[in-house]
Design a protein around this ligand. Structure first.
Ligand code: SAM
Length: 209
């Protein structure tokens, strides 16, 4: 926590409180639990990772989350980032999170239930590059996997005035975190938050399998 504060990754009290409250060790496989509070990504199986705490802090800060927001996440993993977002947006908010690997989706479901977040986080098994139109439009959309360009359905499922955060890469290793605001029906403004490393977003509007 000190590192996240000292390096300026955590800027607000609400993000600090949420990261302190969500037990990260509950979202990590047994063999790696001792590393839960080290600031690095950790393997969760199937070639995927739980994001490093500083990356979760950056995402939560840049999303400028508020109580009651409706949020879409692409890439549930073991459910940690979704739990932190849920903690910030509170019981009137809701996180819809999409995971394409069934085994991870099932473990995330157990993790979120055990830690008390399952009422406010819904996991969808499928291709997140298509978004989740059923509950759109969203106040916030974010992805924890990197696509070659922003998937068009995610842009369309964002509210006007909403914000989208996603890593984008020309290949799977060189990536930048993009922040996109929807300012009108077909009007978006974007800015680049700098270099990041995420696993690939695989799907119809992402990388091929
Ligand atoms: N949000 C996670 C956390 O809390 O640490 C991070 C998960 S990991 C960095 C990214 C996840 O995105 C992986 O579990 C991967 O299977 C998933 N993923 C990749 N492409 C996807 C897609 N098209 N739809 C849904 N999930 C996808």
């Amino acid at each position: 926590m000190e590192r996240l504060l000292n390096y300026g990754y955590i800027k607000s009290e609400k993000v600090k409180k949420a990261i302190l409250k969500v037990p990260r060790e509950e979202f990590i496989p047994p063999e790696n639990k001792q590393y839960a509070y080290i600031d690095q990504p950790l393997p969760i199986g199937k070639g995927q990772t739980i994001s490093a705490p500083h990356m979760v802090a950056i995402i939560c800060e840049k999303l400028a989350l508020k109580k009651g927001m409706q949020v879409l996440e692409i890439g549930t993993g073991f459910g940690y980032n979704a739990a932190v977002v849920s903690e910030i947006i509170g019981p009137k908010g809701h996180v819809y999170t999409i995971e394409r690997i069934e085994k991870l989706k099932n473990i995330a479901e157990q993790n979120l239930k055990r830690t008390g977040y399952s009422d406010n986080v819904t996991i969808i098994y499928g291709d997140g590059t298509k978004g989740y139109e059923e509950k759109s439009p969203y106040d916030r959309v974010y992805a924890t996997a990197s696509a070659p360009k922003i998937p068009e359905p995610l842009k369309k499922q964002l509210k006007i005035g909403g914000r989208l955060l996603t890593p984008i890469g020309l290949d799977t290793s060189v990536q930048e975190l993009l922040c996109l605001s929807r300012v009108g029906e077909d009007d978006y403004k974007s800015y680049n938050l700098g270099g990041v490393v995420f696993v690939p977003m695989i799907g119809e509007h992402g990388w091929p399998e």
